[in-house]
Design a protein around this ligand. Sequence first.
Ligand SMILES: *Cc1c(COP(=O)(O)O)cnc(C)c1O
Length: 409
Amino acid sequence: MALINENYLKLKAGYLFPEIGRRVNEFIAANPDKKVIKMGIGDVTQPLAPSVIKAFHQGVDEMAKGDTFKGYGPEQGYAFLREAIAKNSYQDKGVNVSADEIFISDGSKCDTGNIQEIFGNGNKIAICDPVYPVYADTTVMSGKTGTCQTNGYYDGIIYMPCTRENGFIPELPTETPDLIFLCYPNNPTGTVASKEELKKWVDYATDKKAIILYDAAYEAFIQDNSIPRSIYEIEGARKVAIEFRSFSKTAGFTGTRLAFTVIPNELVAYDLLGNEYPVKPLWNRRQSTKFNGVSYPVQKAAAAIFTEEGKKEVAEVIAYYMENARIMKESLAATGYEVFGGENAPYIWVKTKNGMTSWDFFDKVLNEANVVGTPGSGFGPSGEGYFRFSAFADRENVLEAMERIKNLH
Ligand SMILES: *Cc1c(COP(=O)(O)O)cnc(C)c1O
């Protein structure tokens, strides 16, 4: 008799985006003449940069000829890409990360989920609320939790509320975690963590022999140079943190797929007797057993974002999204909303007026302004009463959406 992994039965149904889709489709069916503007889902809208496309084509052409054809690539990814990342994303910024500590993958979503496999099920996981749903769901799948409570919290996970009161940076938990997911710049709140705030977490992890799983998918959107782009800018982090980065939002690779994970040589975890083990070889073992790398043309295309031209082109697209964010933030604030984020991240986190729930606000904005956003409560109970707008839209849609929201009653 084939037995299923019963941990999957604990997962609450993927509710948020299907429910948004259902309500939007219902509205469109009833109002076929209305133009609905979508500012909900966190996907990019601008095409890949010209130099990325050029390198992508070159990579495909190389695959077409016997003397440049490539089969299976190196385990951790091509050296040309890992070296370009180490130099441009870290070393040139004074951060100590070397190419041999970088693992190229097809996504940070996969990596943040898969990483749990190399850590034992006795680990206590801490995650923020509200949060990118992948961290909690993969924790459940791995068997580290009990069932889901009515508020959406799973038994066995340590939840860390991120609220307006704590500036959307969680307080150190009272129960001690072993693995701590942090994501800055944050999805969904669009807020960032300062060096001092991250230092507090690195010191805490060091003290507890815990590991921080640091999701820096939105690093490229940081405008304020005093905000850390990498956890490794913090002293001591190499011993206690894994960093995840993605080309998805940085360079429009959501449909092309490329990301990477950094595991420093010094990072250790323990067996039950307290013996230390380096973590990097475990991840290498996991990836080389279950993953065969990202296609050569995609790695070649990704490396193009580090050329002079590529850097300029990618920066222009980010500037375009961040100008959207600025327009949205100013407009929503002028309309009387309390707004957060949007300065170093492509998300605006809006407090609804008069204590309206996230879903009531969703319906109001959809029905009266024909604009789609994301209800904050879908990211966790602490997101109730908030709403997320994404800046990944075309400028004319942003301007029109803001104009319509201004006229809401
Ligand atoms: C979009 C996003 C990612 C990127 O995932 P990919 O699998 O690399 O596309 C990672 N973390 C967060 C929080 C995100 O929003």
